[in-house]
Design a protein around this ligand. Structure first.
Ligand SMILES: [Zn+2]
Length: 497
């Protein structure tokens, strides 16, 4: 009897003495208000932030705002060199292209012609026009050196590029020093649209600048432009022919300037209260970037991204504020992370997952929010429940809080593969169990009309409260979350059963 009592006391004391009081938890959760949510979304989705493109001055201002909030709330900095910002490298490419036709109109860059490879020709190159069509050996005397070569090539959709034969022929032509090569192929519309994106005057790509490509410029001609220049569509198949076209003279001028730049993530850390468990971290994340300024709709060219994803970003700030009010702090530590470059391809979260504030094994869960300000008032889709016991924890916490009037339902769009399409995936692939809060798309998704005036901040505040209770449960639990073994094999180890 006595020994049992001792066990009882020992089991109860640590949790009893260290847990947050219900009054304290209530005070913290009540700091998450619709007014706060609306006011803060209005700040970062304001027109002055110019749509928070990556990289852009508006994105930098947004990052500064979040960093200042984290500092005010007493979070520790988790970014570079003792600051809240973590910067990742980007390369900016400024490219121009001009193709003139003797006696005719210039080809329209980005519409009729795009550069798809090769180096620059800043002073302009020209030469006799030679049309190569068919497949086979070029032969020693083909007049390729110094020529403007038009190559009738074959496009293979399954390779997303030229066929093997066409590619080999292109390589052999390039080896002989032409002035430039024009590819004439029957590009599908979808591929041609992709090519025209490549010819934007400024492009930003991930990573550090590498050496610029060299060799003669390789350009792609749209099927329509090829037909207009030649009056016919040359056959890419059949016996190889090399034909000089005296009546056509083209001049190509192409420039390419490369500069290094970077973009920010914002990282704030709230240290846990348990001497051991504080070495484990729950990460709340959202992306602060959006797509910037684009073609206007009814006079509005600023794509504000109020739902996508100012809503989730402000959710993370509100969570930081609420958790910072707890005394004692949750047992485990928490990382509050606002990433950028999501819209470009999950850049910021990818960089953070490769360069986390603490070793990745110490990240025990990622709860990501991307679009939590629209659609149904009583429902939020929580994606990824089936992949770890975070799903069961989520459902248990949800049942305990009917007063929120918010039901966390399972993924109802599995065919859309949303699990792979926002920042949490970069944590999942590294072995960190994740949940993804997402209200689904709507008519203003990726439109200039995704504005704060259309945000349901009352609903958002209830979702953020649910995220708070989930995080508190996970941060105080005796065990860290566990993967479903089959999901782990598929998503992390990438073995197919
Ligand atoms: Zn988004």
């Amino acid at each position: 009897m006595k020994s049992l009592l001792v066990v009882f006391v020992v089991l109860l004391l640590p949790t009893g003495a260290e847990a947050q009081s219900p009054a304290n938890v209530n005070q913290a959760v009540n700091s998450i208000t619709p007014d706060d949510v609306y006011r803060r979304i209005a700040i970062i989705a304001d027109d002055s932030m110019m749509g928070r493109d990556t990289p852009s001055p508006g994105l930098e201002m947004t990052a500064q705002y979040i960093a200042a909030e984290f500092q005010r709330l007493g979070l520790e900095p988790g970014g570079d060199a003792g600051g809240y910002l973590q910067r990742y490298p980007l390369t900016e490419i400024h490219a121009t292209l001009q193709v003139t036709v003797d006696g005719g109109a210039d080809l329209v860059t980005g519409q009729s012609v795009v550069q798809v490879g090769g180096g620059a020709a800043p002073h302009g190159v020209t030469g006799p026009t030679v049309l190569v069509s068919g497949a086979g050996d070029l032969g020693g005397r083909a007049p390729i050196a110094g020529a403007m070569v038009l190559l009738a090539a074959q496009y293979d959709p399954s390779r997303r590029g030229l066929t093997e034969e066409s590619q080999q022929l292109l390589n052999r032509i390039r080896d002989r020093g032409p002035a430039a090569v024009f590819l004439l192929a029957d590009y599908p519309d979808r591929i041609w649209r992709f090519f025209t994106q490549l010819q934007r005057p400024t492009q930003v790509v991930r990573g550090q600048a590498t050496a610029s490509p060299e060799g003669p410029p390789v350009l792609a001609l749209s099927p329509a432009a090829a037909l207009e220049l030649l009056g016919t569509t040359p056959a890419p198949a059949g016996e190889l022919t090399v034909q000089t076209i005296e009546t056509l003279r083209l001049t190509v001028t192409a420039t390419r300037d490369v500069s290094e730049t970077s973009a920010p993530n914002v990282v704030g850390i709230l240290e846990g209260s348990d001497p051991v468990l504080k070495n484990e971290y729950l990460v709340y994340s959202a992306h602060m970037d959006h797509v910037g300024c684009r073609s206007g709709v009814e006079g509005d060219s600023i794509w504000n991204g109020a739902d996508d994803d100012a809503s989730g970003t402000i959710g993370v700030v509100e969570l930081a504020e609420a958790f910072a009010m707890l005394e004692p702090r949750p047992k485990r530590s928490m990382i509050f992370l606002a990433v950028s470059g999501e819209e470009k391809g999950l850049w910021g979260s990818g960089y953070y997952a490769d360069n986390p504030s603490v070793p990745i094994e110490q990240l025990i869960a990622n709860v990501n929010a991307d679009m939590i300000g629209r659609n149904w008032r009583d429902t939020i889709v929580v994606i990824g429940k089936e992949h770890s016991d975070l799903g069961a924890t989520m459902n248990r916490v949800n049942r305990r809080h009917p007063e929120l009037g918010m039901t966390a339902i399972d993924d109802i769009w599995p065919n859309e593969r949303f699990y792979y399409r926002s920042d949490h995936y970069n944590f999942a692939r590294k072995g960190v169990p994740v949940l993804f809060f997402f209200n689904g798309v709507h008519e203003d998704y990726h439109r200039p009309s995704d504005e704060v005036s259309r945000i349901d901040a009352e609903k958002t505040s209830r979702i953020v409260k649910l995220m708070f209770y989930l995080g508190l449960e996970v941060a105080n639990a005796p065990q860290r979350p566990k993967w479903d073994p089959e999901s782990y094999d598929r998503i992390v180890r990438r073995v197919t059963p």
